[in-house]
Design a protein. Sequence first.
Length: 214
Amino acid sequence: MTLGDALGLSESQERLVARGMQVVLGALLVSGLVTLRVEIAVNAGLALAVTLLPALLRREYGYSMDAGLVLLITAAVLLHSLGSIGLYRWFSWYDEVTHTVSAILVAGIGYAVLRAFERHSDEIDVPPEFRPVFILVFVLALGVIWEVFEFAVVEFFEILGVSSPVRVFGIDDIVTDMIFNAVGAALVALWGTKYFDDFVPFLRRRLRSRDDDQ
């Protein structure tokens, strides 16, 4: 079962929605450049680059990513970019939604990587009942790294004297972020791993190819 099946959209509809989101990101990028809003331009530019990764994988490795996963990637980075125009400040719940969606994506990728290594190596065998724990720890660990990264970025841009592309709103905000990171991880760990199974064979092939090159 693919993520597209869960979304209830046809593949063409999913790709159309993803294209529309890319257009929005492009508009944000242009707007940020025209108005000299560095934080908007940087966020939108990086997000737009991330949305091009599925096309890069298809061109370089012949892997056609599930349209539902492409849509999830695009939605996650778009939500973050829209936050830079003020949605984080205007709506207290917006950050919670963003972190939940991003955590779902990170959890799914973490699960796919784990399964790829399991299938690739006989030395790695994680009991099925432990996989949800791995997913939760994986997401929370990356969440901590992200919070440290955000703090470092804010300090760096303050030194430069320009607006930072990310914001740090204090300890309460960090705690809330981690809670909703855990919510996203739990959703995947308990019900959503099957939607990322299609990504596992590609990762396994890349591991095998890496070993053949060594």
